[in-house]
Design a binder for this molecule. Structure first.
Ligand SMILES: Nc1ncnc2c1ncn2[C@@H]1O[C@H](COP(=O)(O)OP(=O)(O)O)[C@@H](O)[C@H]1O
Ligand SMILES: [Mg+2]
Length: 186
Protein backbone atom coordinates (compact mmCIF):
# COMPACT_ATOMS: atom_id res chain seq x y z
CA UNK A 1 0.00 0.00 0.00
CA UNK A 2 2.88 2.38 0.52
CA UNK A 3 6.59 2.92 0.30
CA UNK A 4 9.08 5.75 0.49
CA UNK A 5 12.20 6.15 -1.60
CA UNK A 6 14.80 8.85 -0.94
CA UNK A 7 17.40 8.82 -3.67
CA UNK A 8 20.66 10.79 -3.61
CA UNK A 9 19.24 13.79 -1.79
CA UNK A 10 21.61 16.70 -1.15
CA UNK A 11 20.74 19.88 0.65
CA UNK A 12 22.64 23.07 1.39
CA UNK A 13 22.02 25.56 4.17
CA UNK A 14 21.23 29.15 3.18
CA UNK A 15 24.87 30.12 3.76
CA UNK A 16 25.99 27.41 1.33
CA UNK A 17 27.26 24.84 3.82
CA UNK A 18 26.33 21.29 2.79
CA UNK A 19 23.93 19.65 5.26
CA UNK A 20 22.86 16.51 3.40
CA UNK A 21 25.12 14.87 0.85
CA UNK A 22 23.69 12.08 -1.30
CA UNK A 23 21.26 10.64 1.22
CA UNK A 24 19.45 7.50 0.07
CA UNK A 25 17.04 5.32 1.97
CA UNK A 26 14.08 3.18 1.25
CA UNK A 27 11.16 2.35 3.53
CA UNK A 28 9.29 -0.64 2.22
CA UNK A 29 5.66 -1.56 2.53
CA UNK A 30 4.70 -2.12 6.16
CA UNK A 31 8.13 -1.22 7.56
CA UNK A 32 8.55 0.85 10.71
CA UNK A 33 11.75 2.85 10.77
CA UNK A 34 13.34 5.49 12.99
CA UNK A 35 15.81 8.16 11.93
CA UNK A 36 18.33 8.57 14.72
CA UNK A 37 21.29 10.91 14.98
CA UNK A 38 22.90 13.69 17.01
CA UNK A 39 21.36 17.16 17.10
CA UNK A 40 22.11 19.26 14.07
CA UNK A 41 22.83 16.42 11.67
CA UNK A 42 19.80 17.19 9.49
CA UNK A 43 17.05 14.80 10.63
CA UNK A 44 14.38 17.49 10.69
CA UNK A 45 15.58 18.96 7.39
CA UNK A 46 15.41 15.54 5.74
CA UNK A 47 11.90 14.95 7.07
CA UNK A 48 10.88 18.35 5.73
CA UNK A 49 12.29 17.44 2.32
CA UNK A 50 10.25 14.22 2.42
CA UNK A 51 7.08 16.13 3.35
CA UNK A 52 7.74 18.69 0.60
CA UNK A 53 8.31 21.68 2.92
CA UNK A 54 11.90 21.97 1.69
CA UNK A 55 13.27 21.30 -1.78
CA UNK A 56 16.39 19.21 -2.18
CA UNK A 57 19.21 20.65 -4.29
CA UNK A 58 19.83 17.26 -5.84
CA UNK A 59 18.13 13.89 -5.78
CA UNK A 60 14.54 12.80 -5.58
CA UNK A 61 11.89 11.63 -3.17
CA UNK A 62 9.25 9.25 -4.45
CA UNK A 63 6.55 7.49 -2.52
CA UNK A 64 3.29 5.64 -2.88
CA UNK A 65 0.43 5.71 -0.41
CA UNK A 66 -0.48 8.53 1.93
CA UNK A 67 1.78 10.72 4.00
CA UNK A 68 0.75 11.93 7.44
CA UNK A 69 2.89 14.41 9.33
CA UNK A 70 2.65 15.14 13.04
CA UNK A 71 4.21 18.58 13.19
CA UNK A 72 4.33 19.19 16.88
CA UNK A 73 5.72 17.02 19.60
CA UNK A 74 2.52 16.14 21.34
CA UNK A 75 4.16 15.20 24.63
CA UNK A 76 5.15 18.83 24.97
CA UNK A 77 1.56 20.09 25.00
CA UNK A 78 1.23 21.34 28.54
CA UNK A 79 -1.53 23.88 28.17
CA UNK A 80 -5.21 23.02 28.55
CA UNK A 81 -5.60 21.59 25.04
CA UNK A 82 -8.21 18.86 25.00
CA UNK A 83 -7.90 15.41 23.49
CA UNK A 84 -10.20 16.69 20.76
CA UNK A 85 -7.94 19.70 20.09
CA UNK A 86 -5.02 17.31 19.77
CA UNK A 87 -6.79 15.02 17.31
CA UNK A 88 -8.07 17.99 15.28
CA UNK A 89 -4.53 19.41 15.11
CA UNK A 90 -3.25 16.35 13.27
CA UNK A 91 -6.35 15.84 11.09
CA UNK A 92 -6.47 16.41 7.32
CA UNK A 93 -6.99 20.08 6.33
CA UNK A 94 -10.68 19.71 5.37
CA UNK A 95 -11.50 18.20 8.77
CA UNK A 96 -9.47 20.85 10.59
CA UNK A 97 -11.28 23.64 8.74
CA UNK A 98 -14.75 22.17 9.34
CA UNK A 99 -13.94 21.62 13.03
CA UNK A 100 -12.80 25.23 13.42
CA UNK A 101 -15.99 26.51 11.72
CA UNK A 102 -18.09 24.32 13.99
CA UNK A 103 -16.34 25.62 17.13
CA UNK A 104 -16.80 29.18 15.99
CA UNK A 105 -20.51 28.72 15.24
CA UNK A 106 -21.03 26.97 18.56
CA UNK A 107 -19.28 29.72 20.50
CA UNK A 108 -21.26 32.40 18.63
CA UNK A 109 -24.50 30.64 19.49
CA UNK A 110 -23.54 30.47 23.16
CA UNK A 111 -22.97 34.21 23.13
CA UNK A 112 -26.12 35.24 21.21
CA UNK A 113 -28.68 32.48 20.85
CA UNK A 114 -30.78 34.07 18.10
CA UNK A 115 -32.11 32.53 14.90
CA UNK A 116 -29.23 33.55 12.61
CA UNK A 117 -26.75 32.06 15.08
CA UNK A 118 -28.77 28.85 15.21
CA UNK A 119 -28.95 28.68 11.42
CA UNK A 120 -25.21 29.25 11.14
CA UNK A 121 -24.62 26.48 13.65
CA UNK A 122 -26.95 24.13 11.74
CA UNK A 123 -25.04 24.94 8.55
CA UNK A 124 -21.70 24.23 10.22
CA UNK A 125 -23.04 20.81 11.25
CA UNK A 126 -24.08 20.12 7.66
CA UNK A 127 -20.61 21.19 6.51
CA UNK A 128 -19.04 18.97 9.16
CA UNK A 129 -21.00 16.01 7.80
CA UNK A 130 -20.06 16.91 4.21
CA UNK A 131 -16.38 17.06 5.17
CA UNK A 132 -16.62 13.49 6.49
CA UNK A 133 -16.51 14.62 10.10
CA UNK A 134 -18.77 11.94 11.50
CA UNK A 135 -16.79 9.18 9.80
CA UNK A 136 -13.70 10.76 11.25
CA UNK A 137 -15.21 10.64 14.73
CA UNK A 138 -15.49 6.88 14.33
CA UNK A 139 -11.79 6.82 13.61
CA UNK A 140 -11.02 9.03 16.62
CA UNK A 141 -12.96 6.59 18.75
CA UNK A 142 -10.64 3.81 17.61
CA UNK A 143 -7.71 6.07 18.55
CA UNK A 144 -8.84 6.98 22.06
CA UNK A 145 -9.93 3.43 22.87
CA UNK A 146 -6.57 2.07 21.70
CA UNK A 147 -4.54 4.75 23.48
CA UNK A 148 -6.36 5.29 26.76
CA UNK A 149 -9.23 2.78 26.77
CA UNK A 150 -11.92 5.45 26.75
CA UNK A 151 -14.46 6.10 23.96
CA UNK A 152 -13.92 9.35 22.09
CA UNK A 153 -17.29 10.66 23.24
CA UNK A 154 -16.00 10.70 26.83
CA UNK A 155 -12.30 11.26 26.16
CA UNK A 156 -12.57 14.28 23.88
CA UNK A 157 -12.92 16.99 26.54
CA UNK A 158 -10.16 15.67 28.75
CA UNK A 159 -7.09 17.84 28.97
CA UNK A 160 -4.11 16.37 27.13
CA UNK A 161 -1.90 17.45 30.02
CA UNK A 162 -3.67 14.90 32.25
CA UNK A 163 -2.42 12.08 29.99
CA UNK A 164 1.11 10.79 30.10
CA UNK A 165 3.29 11.87 27.16
CA UNK A 166 3.36 8.39 25.67
CA UNK A 167 -0.37 8.03 25.78
CA UNK A 168 -1.03 11.41 24.25
CA UNK A 169 1.45 10.54 21.55
CA UNK A 170 -0.31 7.24 20.92
CA UNK A 171 -3.68 8.95 20.54
CA UNK A 172 -2.28 11.60 18.19
CA UNK A 173 -0.17 9.24 16.17
CA UNK A 174 -3.13 7.08 15.35
CA UNK A 175 -5.45 9.87 14.68
CA UNK A 176 -5.86 12.52 12.23
CA UNK A 177 -9.39 13.75 14.04
CA UNK A 178 -13.84 14.48 15.33
CA UNK A 179 -16.46 15.85 17.11
CA UNK A 180 -19.40 14.31 18.74
CA UNK A 181 -21.77 17.19 19.16
CA UNK A 182 -22.82 17.44 22.72
CA UNK A 183 -26.45 16.41 22.67
CA UNK A 184 -26.75 16.77 18.89
CA UNK A 185 -25.21 13.64 17.52
CA UNK A 186 -26.60 12.97 14.04
N1 LIG B 1 17.04 27.62 7.54
C1 LIG B 1 18.21 27.38 8.15
N2 LIG B 1 19.15 28.33 8.20
C2 LIG B 1 20.35 28.09 8.80
N3 LIG B 1 20.67 26.95 9.40
C3 LIG B 1 19.76 25.98 9.40
C4 LIG B 1 18.47 26.12 8.78
N4 LIG B 1 17.78 24.98 8.94
C5 LIG B 1 18.59 24.14 9.62
N5 LIG B 1 19.78 24.74 9.89
C6 LIG B 1 20.92 24.11 10.57
O1 LIG B 1 21.11 22.85 10.00
C7 LIG B 1 21.49 21.91 10.98
C8 LIG B 1 20.57 20.72 10.93
O2 LIG B 1 19.30 21.07 11.41
P1 LIG B 1 18.14 19.99 11.58
O3 LIG B 1 17.72 19.51 10.25
O4 LIG B 1 17.10 20.65 12.42
O5 LIG B 1 18.89 18.82 12.35
P2 LIG B 1 18.35 17.78 13.42
O6 LIG B 1 16.86 17.66 13.27
O7 LIG B 1 19.07 16.51 13.09
O8 LIG B 1 18.75 18.32 14.76
C9 LIG B 1 21.51 22.65 12.30
O9 LIG B 1 22.84 23.02 12.57
C10 LIG B 1 20.66 23.86 12.04
O10 LIG B 1 21.09 24.93 12.82
MG1 LIG C 1 15.37 17.90 14.60
Amino acid sequence: MGHLDVNGVSYYLPDGRPLLDGVSLRVGEGAKVALIGPNGTGKTSLSRIISGDLTAAEGAVTRSGGLGVMRQFIGSLRDDSSVRDLLVSVAPPAIRAAAAALDEAETAMMEVDDEPAQMAYAQSLVDWADAGGYEHETFWDVCTVAAIGIPFEQAQWRSVSTLSGGRAEAAGARGPATRARRGAHA
